[in-house]
Design a protein around this ligand. Structure first.
Ligand SMILES: [Zn+2]
Length: 334
């Protein structure tokens, strides 16, 4: 995807396009920011623009064309001058960085500029990182190094001081909606929900399964209604069992979803507009629920669920914990 089509992180886009415009692409860069906000995509677009066949004369193109053979091969991951280094097991090992430190000094194989993208750079162990310092400080003019990381503070200070850092942030809801509308058209209600539920992380949005989400959400909304009425103990126990029996990862997701719903209920109960909640497509239903649950209980319930989630670290018995929590909520002990 070209810079023209990428949305969000506009300042980083300007910085990279300026480097291309000034012909100063040989550099060591750190792209820092949460997973899924577009760091890898920006690195690839930068690499494409620097090698794009649409460049005129000696200058670099300031954006990728996305149609020339070079751009397409970089997108496919088959271009000889764009290399991605990923952790081998838990860490990026010294053998990998030594090979990289050597490779960096070779001339481009087929294009104009070589790119080395180090994924999850926080997994560079000290020894491996140290073997790269000289390379990072002054990469040869035909090589560019980009370190991607969600935890920039765990990079060695000696690495950070030798690199230029670009911070990436999640997209705003409006940016995300316009990105999705343009690139992945779907019904407006789906776009609105997806933009909110993935919290501005493009990487998440492209792989997110809305139908599974809606199905789980329906079950949990029913559960909240049941809790609000507080009468049907048998159905409550069944619901506790259904959730409690899930594998740990799935169980965590259920709790997160429940907290997200309770947060929406809290917002609506405190008078926020429907547009401010995550689950906009079921706003009316949640509004009714907010009327039944009320402000105080929405806070108390959310605290209780987050307590169950915290206790997961000590390997609790999930069905038992869920049963105790739900009965507690229904009987007004929270
Ligand atoms: Zn191109």
């Amino acid at each position: 995807m070209s810079f023209a089509r990428l949305i969000g992180n506009e300042r980083n886009k300007q910085i990279l396009q300026r480097l291309l415009g000034n012909g100063r692409v040989s550099a060591t860069l750190i792209f820092a920011g949460p997973d899924g906000v577009g760091k890898r995509q920006f690195a690839l677009t930068f690499a494409k623009a620097a090698n794009c066949q649409k460049a005129v004369g000696n200058s670099f193109a300031t954006d990728s064309c996305d149609v020339c053979l070079t751009c397409r091969r970089i997108d496919e991951g088959t271009y000889g001058d764009v290399t991605t280094i990923q952790p081998d097991g838990q860490f990026i090992k010294i053998a990998q960085t030594r090979a990289l430190a050597e490779e960096v000094y070779y001339r481009p194989r087929e294009g104009r500029q070589r790119f080395f993208i180090i994924d999850e750079a926080e997994r560079l162990r000290d020894e491996a990182a140290n073997s790269l310092l000289k390379t990072l400080e002054e990469p040869p003019p035909t090589s560019t190094l980009i370190l991607l990381t969600s935890r920039p503070n765990s990079l060695l200070q000696t690495i950070r001081s030798r690199s230029q850092r670009l911070n990436f942030v999640p997209l705003t809801t409006a940016e995300m909606e316009s990105f999705l509308t343009e690139n992945y058209p779907r019904p407006a209600a789906d776009t609105a929900l997806l933009a909110r539920v993935t919290e501005g992380r493009i990487g998440q949005a492209t792989a997110f399964d809305l139908s599974v989400y809606r199905q789980e959400r329906r079950t949990l909304i029913e559960l909240l209604e049941l809790l609000a009425s507080g009468k049907d103990r048998v159905r409550l126990l069944k619901a506790a069992e259904y959730i409690g029996k899930k594998e740990r990862d799935e169980f965590e997701k259920e709790l997160d979803l429940m907290m997200s719903l309770l947060r929406d209920v809290f917002l609506l109960a405190s008078g926020s507009s429907q547009n401010e909640i995550v689950n906009v497509d079921v706003a009316d239903k949640l509004e009714q629920l907010a009327g039944k649950i009320g402000l105080a209980r929405s806070i108390g319930w959310s605290e209780k669920i987050s307590e169950v989630r915290r206790n997961l670290r000590v390997n609790i018995n999930r069905p038992v914990a869920m049963e105790a929590a739900l009965l507690g909520l229904a009987e007004g002990r929270v």
